[in-house]
Design a protein around this ligand. Structure first.
Ligand code: ADP
Length: 499
């Protein structure tokens, strides 16, 4: 009897492999960092061969650590950094260019040049606000800049894939060229309601449909790993982009369930069930991870600077020695002394979308000190998350029931308590920290019968700590009022510059 599900978690800075047992516990974990390539300011690339080799090595090592062979592994699930774009030769399997990473801004101008009616069409059909972040313009860039690439693409000799597709292609011995709905929904080329590539958008970008992978549900038997890797083939039965996998891993299976990952930035996703809600409040609509036969959607909002504001205090201002120490420092004062910090270092994302806004500290008086500043930084993470949550509630027409959290900064109890206070909802922090990998494992395991039902996997879910709202309503309102004024100031200052 197979004892494990193998989850491949291919992230932006490292490739990780985890073996989970039937209780959803980690039995083996191996993580390999791999190099980031910065050819010019604002450009970010990865070597696709390094993505693959670091991932495969971590998988083999994770198995070796517990002496697991193919017979012990029921299925493989894959989760990955989203949007990152790879184009390779169908015959040789060799990439024609490095992977262009989601963070890469090289195609920003290409997005600006999209005519407004096309932008509207893209938003309506893909659920995304056109941006360089998504795969479409990155493919166009490769076809424009690699000699002979467009001709080869037109002749059906090139394949495109996000990282999941690239890994599956290699893992299957080049038999599978496929992706799942969640990854497809980040390309800016996929009609999220028709569940198919959008020909009009493909034509606009000059991308032949022959480059595009087949698309299936996240929980689906895509094929098997090649016998050469683990001794015998193992079914590949779960695929999802990292944020959607995390939502699934935290058992946010139902409409209205929301999770926030507090990493460098914050990623919020709300499951909206069968409805693809078009946001009126600056959020994007995306497909949630689901098993075959069911299609669910999510609203997504990202915050550029989340835990990164704490890194900034540590590394640039040298206000604290370590990120975890921010909690103790902030606890040294009862409030921020009326000060707000808006960490709009790279502009403001959802729901504001003000690229030119810049970091702002307001309300400083003589009594303001280092501890107040640290507290204001932590509170800013919570205020920004609050703003995305209220936008989600407005779009979905349902109030937040509770919030599931993970990511490095979710370890901060002061931040979590303030978050519960300011959104006025309970927060649940799960015991499991590897929810992204667990989500991929659940998809693969539920698809192959390793787990029988979602109810069964829900029993694995354990909360380490809950935070209930304790702040009096008048104080909550007053604090939020101050935050709104601070955000307006950050935007106002940027707009003033241009007068
Ligand atoms: P990523 O996956 O984006 O690299 P992580 O989930 O590892 O991020 O979280 C790291 C981020 O969380 C860093 O920006 C760090 O400053 C912040 N962080 C880590 N621990 C704490 C803490 N106890 N309190 C506040 N912020 C923290």
């Amino acid at each position: 009897m197979a004892k494990y599900i193998l989850a491949l978690d291919q992230g932006t800075t490292s490739s990780r492999s985890i073996l989970f047992n039937e209780k959803g516990e980690i039995k083996s974990i191996v993580q390999n960092e791999y190099p980031q390539i910065y050819p010019k300011p604002g450009w970010v690339e990865h070597n696709p061969m390094e993505i693959w080799s670091s991932q495969l090595a971590s998988a083999i090592e994770a198995c070796a650590k517990v002496g697991a062979s193919y017979a012990d592994i029921a299925a493989i699930g894959i989760t990955n950094q989203r949007e990152t774009t790879i184009v390779w030769d169908k015959e040789t399997g060799v990439p024609v260019y490095n992977a262009i990473v989601w963070q890469c801004r090289r195609t920003a101008q290409m997005v600006d040049e999209i005519p407004q009616d096309m932008k509207d069409y893209i938003q309506e059909h893909t659920g995304l606000q056109p941006d360089a972040y998504f795969s479409a313009t990155k493919i166009r860039w490769i076809l424009d800049h690699v000699k002979g690439a467009q001709e080869k693409a037109n002749a059906g000799q090139l394949l495109f894939g996000t990282v999941d597709t690239w890994l599956m292609w290699n893992l299957s011995g080049r038999r599978i060229h496929a992706t799942d709905y969640t990854n497809a929904s980040r390309t800016m080329l996929f009609d999220i309601r028709k569940l198919d590539w959008d020909q009009k958008i493909l034509d606009y970008f000059g991308i032949p449909v022959s480059m595009m992978p087949e698309v299936h549900a996240s929980g689906h038997v895509y094929g098997s790993s090649d016998a050469s890797f683990f001794g015998n083939p193992i079914p590949i039965a779960g695929v999802a982009g990292d944020q959607q996998a995390a939502l699934f891993g935290m058992c946010c299976f139902d409409a209205g369930d929301v999770k926030n990952t507090y990493g460098t930035g914050c990623f919020l996703l709300m499951n909206t069930g069968n409805e693809a809600i078009q946001s009126q409040n600056g959020l994007i609509t995306t497909i949630a991870a689901e098993l075959e036969g069911e299609v669910k959607y999510a609203l997504e909002g990202s915050i550029f600077i989340g835990g990164a504001v704490i890194q900034w205090l540590r590394d640039e201002l040298e206000t604290i020695k370590s990120a975890p120490l921010s909690e103790k420092t902030a606890k040294g004062v009862n409030d921020t002394n009326g000060v707000y910090l808006v960490p709009a270092f790279t502009g403001l994302g959802a729901p504001y979308w003000k690229q030119d806004a810049r970091g702002t500290i307001v309300g400083v008086t003589r009594g303001f000190n280092r501890k107040h500043l640290v507290r204001a930084a932590l509170e800013a993470i919570a205020y920004q998350s609050h703003d995305v949550i209220r936008a989600m509630e407005a779009d979905a027409g349902v109030p937040l029931r509770s919030l599931m959290v993970d990511g490095g900064a979710s370890a901060n109890n002061l931040l979590m308590q303030f978050q519960a206070d300011i959104v006025n909802t309970r927060i649940d922090r799960p015991k499991m920290l590897q929810n992204t990998a667990l989500g991929a494992a659940y998809l693969a395991g539920l698809t192959t019968g390793f787990w029988k039902s979602k109810d069964e996997v829900k029993k694995n879910f354990k909360i380490s700590k809950s935070f209930g709202p304790q702040m009096p309503e008048d104080i909550r309102k007053e604090k939020l009022h101050g935050w709104v004024k601070a955000v307006k100031t950050a935007i106002f200052w940027a707009e003033l510059k241009d007068e």
